[in-house]
Write a protein that binds this ligand. Structure first.
Ligand code: NAP
Length: 490
């Protein structure tokens, strides 16, 4: 199996916030890898923007240091990194001030034609200001693209305000709201699995599916990020964007075509078909101290914090396909393992012909987003040997790393794919403004109800399975969460 590399035309990418954490850890390594495999031509210009005064040499040294630290070893040799750094330019610019904009404009105008993209890797409070400046100054041309990091708004009203300001300068087809979960290979494979195979689609409904679980668990706490996180919480940080997007891809109807608006129309219909969340179907948690870390409240440096570091909820989609099929979502920090996965749990066989054995469990399709992206189908087989019909559950496992035989290095990470989509002008894997607003409209009332209740999120053990009440949420429906574990299956 060969993996195609389709080179793009040389482009100009302006990265606001080039000195920041996201630029260093994700954006630079992603670009460098695509450069090394020949997808990005050497005439491309990456124009870094930040407030500090830097000579060209100093800037290149900083970029080289960031790459040395964050580029997986063996990805690019020294010569390749050197050639890549030749693409870099720096403009000193405080986006809240007047200086530097003309210099940026002049630099871009040296080459009027290539694709021009602006990546806002800065605090969300600066998004509106930068986009208006870019639009009004003429730096953003008709074909320019603007890329925004999450969070896209803090609630429905702020998302609406931001959309309105963006749209005063950019057309929706120029706006790329990045959700890196959608760039993950498995998430895209979910669409391939459903719509490029005839096997699953006839089963993909309430007649055959018992329930769906989506889990995003992290082992790390919020130490060092408390300032941002304590104002957000798991609902805003994870559920409103990544998890709802994944839920939409699982639940959406087949789009007529695989293009941006057809896919996004179908995702939007799912969000609109969600029943309002009943607070009784939600659980909030905060991790305790232990296992070498402080408690949530200590790490947030807010002894009275009411912000949740974990959420579990049960959602219902009221349409013909999903009526009666619960979607259980859970996410949390300081949990047992760093794992993101989807489980589609099928119903049990309708009749047990093996009277002496326990009925076979329903099949489960597990899509692992991380670690080790891949797909597992849990099947029931006969336990080998004599002794009658005893059953064994076995995984039919497809790890992308194995299937692609060492070529996964070429696949790269989600940021690589998404940045290349921006350059190609493909918005399929980016959230549209109305989707972001609809997602806020669904989560806002729950966040408000939590605040009104005045109840503290339930404490849970560090590096455990999460709040007890999240387990109870499942148990009361006679179901269980899949174990949080790093191995594909056990
Ligand atoms: P960060 O480390 O604080 O970096 C912020 C960047 O913005 C710095 O390069 C800073 O440059 C620049 N900046 C700040 N004020 C500026 C101004 N007035 N004019 C020009 N540049 C200015 O933040 P980050 O973690 O990289 O996050 C960037 C964005 O990505 C945020 O929206 C965040 O929510 C989002 N995000 C981050 C992550 C992550 O893993 N880090 C994950 C998901 C989303 P100077 O100080 O050098 O001027």
């Amino acid at each position: 199996m060969s993996l195609n590399i389709n080179p793009v035309e040389a482009f100009d990418l302006v990265v606001f916030g080039i000195t920041g954490d996201l630029a260093h850890r994700k954006i630079l390594p992603a670009l460098c890898h695509r450069f090394s495999i020949g997808q990005i031509p050497k005439e491309t210009r990456i124009i870094g923007v930040a407030r500090g005064e830097k000579s060209k040499e100093q800037f290149h040294a900083e970029m080289a240091e960031a790459l040395d630290k964050h580029l997986p070893k063996g990805r690019c040799d020294d010569q390749c990194v050197k050639d890549f750094l030749d693409c870099f330019h720096y403009v000193k610019l405080d986006v809240l001030g007047e200086d530097g904009w003309q210099e940026l404009k002049d630099l871009l105008n040296e080459r009027p034609n290539p694709v021009r993209a602006f990546y806002l890797s800065v605090a969300p409070s600066l998004f509106a200001e930068i986009s208006v400046r870019l639009g009004k100054s003429g730096i953003a041309t008709e074909g320019s693209r603007i890329v925004l990091e999450k969070p896209f708004g803090h609630d429905l009203q702020s998302a609406k305000d931001l959309n309105a300001r963006l749209k005063s300068c950019f057309d929706e087809c120029q706006i790329y709201r990045i959700d890196h979960y959608l760039g993950k290979e498995t998430v895209q494979n979910l669409m391939a699995l459903r719509f490029a195979n005839a096997l699953f689609e006839p089963l993909w409904n309430s007649q055959h599916i018992d329930h769906v679980q989506i889990t995003v668990a992290e082992t790390l706490g919020i130490a060092g990020r408390g300032g941002y996180y304590d104002h957000a919480g798991a609902m805003r940080d994870m559920v409103q964007n990544h998890m709802m997007q994944v839920m939409c891809l699982i639940a959406m109807e087949p789009p007529a075509r695989f293009d941006a608006d057809s896919v996004r129309d179908e995702k939007l219909k799912v969000i609109k078909a969600l029943d309002p969340l009943d607070i009784r179907n939600t659980v909030r948690g905060q991790y305790r101290a232990g296992n070498g870390g402080g408690s949530y409240r200590e790490e947030a440096e807010n002894p009275d914090s009411m912000t949740e570091s974990a959420v579990a909820l049960k959602a219902a989609i009221s349409n013909w396909r999903w009526s009666g099929v619960p979607f259980y979502l859970r996410t949390g920090k300081r949990l047992r393992a760093h794992v993101s996965e989807i489980m589609i749990k099928f119903k049990e066989p309708p009749h047990n012909i093996f009277e002496q054995s326990r009925p076979a469990e329903g099949n489960a399709l597990i899509l692992r987003l991380q670690p080790g992206e891949g797909i597992t189908l849990m099947m029931t087989i006969k336990e080998p040997g004599s002794g009658g019909m005893r059953f064994l559950r076995v995984p039919l496992d497809m790890s992308f790393a194995e299937t692609l035989g060492g070529r996964t290095g070429v696949l790269g990470n989600a940021y690589e794919r998404l940045i290349m989509d921006v350059i190609r002008g493909d918005q399929t894997l980016f959230m549209r403004g109305d989707e972001a607003e609809a997602a806020w409209a669904w989560v806002d009332p729950v966040i408000a109800a939590w605040q009104e209740s005045g109840e503290r999120p339930q404490p849970y053990d560090a590096l455990g399975s999460g709040p007890e009440a999240a387990l109870a949420l499942m148990h009361r429906d006679g179901r269980e969460w899949r174990e949080i574990e790093t191995e594909p299956d056990a």
